[in-house]
Write a protein that binds this ligand. Sequence first.
Ligand SMILES: C[S@@+](CC[C@H](N)C(=O)[O-])C[C@H]1O[C@@H](n2cnc3c(N)ncnc32)[C@H](O)[C@@H]1O
Length: 219
Amino acid sequence: MERPSIRSYSIRGTRITEAQRAAKKSLQEIHGIPVTDAKLDLNAVFPDAKKIIMEIGFGMGEATAIIAMNSPENGYLAIDLHPPGIGKLLSRIQEQKITNIKVIEDDVHVVLPYMIEDESLDGVHLYFPDPWPKVKHHKRRIVNSGFLELVASKLKPGGYFHLATDWVPYAESMENVFKTSTQFSGGVIDKPEWRPVTRFEGQGIDKDHRVTDLLYFRN
Ligand SMILES: C[S@@+](CC[C@H](N)C(=O)[O-])C[C@H]1O[C@@H](n2cnc3c(N)ncnc32)[C@H](O)[C@@H]1O
């Protein structure tokens, strides 16, 4: 599998609590999906799901769990590569008896091309991706034209891509990247009531950051 040469995430060390480590060890087999280069049969993973939604970069997974519990008719594929967050979301799933989340631990630039069939997702959530504020780091921002092409190819026609950021220059950059894409239509929206405030968002709000939600549909 080819791995990206530029990282969209920072290596934050592997400070993981014993509980998170134990959850990873015992629960990944139950609520996780191992990374392979074979395409996933999403209908087998979520046999009764009305919609299949991918969340990219769920962090500690608190919003992921709330959204999934509030929409039990949908299936949620949650992708991240930060071990403490993986452990945390796995224990939330177990403790709250959530049956409609599967967790994949890897870079989404690997998961999307290798594991997801084209035109198979109904929606994609990307909440508070690392903003990379310094100009020299802008190349690390996950929302770029290549990434939009990749996401577009995996969404069904009419499928949605919902993003949120608390960094205004990143919101503007996202809008500009979407403007150059012929595959998406949409723009800035008010925060939908069903999207819970995420952990990262809460930290931004404490610093008076303005939050922008963006919603696009695949043409
Ligand atoms: C700033 S945090 C936001 C977490 C969460 N969505 C929130 O709002 O609290 C960004 C998350 O995206 C994850 N991430 C960054 N690049 C990623 C990639 N290429 N594939 C999967 N996850 C990624 C990071 O590990 C981190 O957990």
